[in-house]
Design a protein around this ligand. Structure first.
Ligand SMILES: Nc1ncnc2c1ncn2[C@@H]1O[C@H](COP(=O)(O)OP(=O)(O)OP(=O)(O)O)[C@@H](O)[C@H]1O
Length: 286
C-alpha cells in the first residue's frame, strides 16, 4: 500500500535556522505525532509538506502524488487545520458550506451539517463571535467534510480544554479506522499524542532525533533515578542523556529491559514523551 506521506532528505534554510535531512513516513491507517520545542522546525516541515514554502532539497510525496508537480491532485485529498482559524470573521458556518461546496468536488454538505451539530456549532453565528475552541472545531468540520484521505494539523488542539481535545482525539481515532486514511499532527501536548498517535517524530534544532512507533518508544525507553555514585558506575554508552541536580541524578535509557539485566540493582522506570524531550533538549552526555 502507498504511504500517505513520504518525506525524504528535506532541507530548508532560513539564514540562522535550517531544517536538515528530515525523513518521515506516515503509513495509511496511522497517526503520526510531530513533537519538538518552540522553533524546532515543526511548522516549517508542515509548510514544506503542504508546499506553502519552497524547500531547498528533498522529495515529498502525498498519497502517491509529488507535492509540487501534482500539487492540485494531492491537495484535493487533504484536509488541513493550522493553529489560526482560516475563515474570515464575517462568515457563518452556513456561508462556509456554500463556499467550500464550490471549491471541493467531493464536498459533503450533509456530513458538514452532522459535524456542526456534533460539535454544537451554531450555523448562524459569525466566526468573529466564536471562541477559540469553536473556531478549531469549525476548521476541523470543514477539513473533514470534503472527505479527505489525509489530515495535516499544525498545533490544531493548542489552547483547547481537555474535554474538547478529547472529542477531537476521538474524531481522529474514528477517521483513521479506514486504512486509506492518515493524520500528521504537530502538538506540544505530548499526553494527547501518547493517547492517540501510532508514530512519533521528534524534531530538535531542525533535525529528527527520534522517529519510531509510539509503543516501541514507550516500551523501550526508561528513566533511571540514582545517586552520583550509582551514575558513575554506569558505562557512558548505556545512557543517552543525564541530568544532575542537588536531589540526585537521572538518566535516559534507550533499552529498559537490557539496562535492567546489566544493572539489576538500579531503578529504571517507564518514561513519557515529555520526559524524553526534556532529557534530549536539556540533558547532557554522561
Ligand atoms: N519566514 C521565515 N523567515 C525566517 N525565519 C523563519 C521563518 N519562518 C520560520 N523561521 C524560523 O525557523 C525556525 C523554525 O520555526 P518553526 O515555526 O518551524 O518552529 P516550530 O517547531 O513550529 O515552533 P513552535 O512550536 O514555536 O510553533 C525558527 O527559528 C523561526 O524563527
Amino acid at each position: 500500500m502507498t504511504n500517505s506521506i513520504e518525506v525524504q532528505g528535506l532541507r530548508k534554510s532560513y539564514g540562522d535556522f535550517s531544517l536538515r535531512d528530515i525523513n518521515l513516513t506516515v503509513p495509511g491507517g496511522a497517526i503520526m505525532g510531530l513533537i519538538g520545542e518552540n522553533g524546532a522546525g515543526k511548522t516549517t516541515t508542515i509548510k514544506c509538506i503542504l508546499n506553502l514554502i519552497r524547500r531547498d532539497e528533498g522529495t515529498i510525496t502525498l498519497l502517491g502524488h509529488d507535492n509540487q508537480r501534482e500539487e492540485r491532485a494531492a491537495k484535493l485529498e487533504i484536509g488541513v487545520v493550522l493553529d489560526e482559524c482560516f475563515f474570515h470573521d464575517s462568515l457563518r458556518p452556513r456561508d462556509i458550506d456554500l463556499i467550500l461546496s464550490r471549491i471541493y468536488q467531493g464536498w459533503d454538505s450533509a456530513l458538514y451539517q452532522r459535524y456542526l451539530s456534533k460539535f454544537q456549532l451554531p450555523e448562524r453565528k459569525f466566526v468573529k463571535e466564536f471562541s477559540r475552541g469553536m473556531k478549531m472545531k469549525l476548521s476541523l468540520a470543514a477539513a473533514l467534510s470534503h472527505r479527505p484521505k489525509l489530515l495535516i494539523l499544525d498545533e490544531a488542539t493548542s489552547g483547547l480544554d481537555p474535554i474538547v481535545r478529547d472529542e477531537i482525539l476521538d474524531e481522529f481515532l474514528g477517521f483513521i479506522q479506514d486504512d486509506d486514511h492518515a493524520i500528521l499532527i504537530s502538538s506540544h501536548i505530548t499526553s494527547d499524542l501518547e493517547k492517540a498517535a501510532d508514530y512519533i517524530t521528534y524534531i530538535h534544532q531542525g533535525q529528527v532525533v527520534l522517529s519510531d512507533a509510539k509503543d516501541r518508544i514507550l516500551d523501550n525507553y526508561g528513566r533511571l533515578a540514582c545517586t552520583v555514585a550509582q551514575l558513575n558506575s554506569v558505562a557512558p554508552d548505556d545512557l543517552i542523556r543525564v541530568r544532575r541536580s542537588s536531589y540526585g541524578c537521572e538518566g535516559l535509557v534507550a533499552d529498559r529491559a537490557a539496562f535492567r539485566r546489566r544493572y539489576p540493582e538500579l531503578l529504571v522506570e517507564r518514561t513519557t514523551l515529555e520526559d524524553i524531550m526534556l532529557f534530549i533538549a536539556k540533558g547532557e552526555a554522561q
